[in-house]
Design a protein around this ligand. Sequence first.
Ligand code: AMP
Length: 113
Amino acid sequence: MHDSIFTKIIKREIPAEIVFEDADLMVIKDINPLAPIHLLIFPKKQITTLNDLTIEDSNIISKIILTATKIAKELKVDEKGYRLIMNCNSDGGQTVPHIHCHLLAGRKLKLEA
Ligand code: AMP
């Protein structure tokens, strides 16, 4: 498997604005923000799509969600609200083949498809 853009960011081969990192995941600012706050939370394990998740990945998936909600509280957008999005494959709008969760906040978001 080739390294994804996000694996290259983890390996410091590509620069990124890193917001948070631990042994399991990384949080960066999206290079093309769609809202005043647009972060990407992704596992260090390169999992290509949501279809590739197994029961062994349960912990990392819950950690991604809990990290997103923790950051939303730290950024004080938890009460006004925010959106978490995970896209899968081309119809879902996935462009980076490494699962990631978008955290969007800072403006009123419309329901778009
Ligand atoms: P998706 O379309 O769900 O796969 O989301 C991929 C996201 O990654 C898009 O919002 C891109 O703007 C973002 N992105 C792609 N390359 C980079 C990069 N080098 N640094 C930060 N964000 C990136």
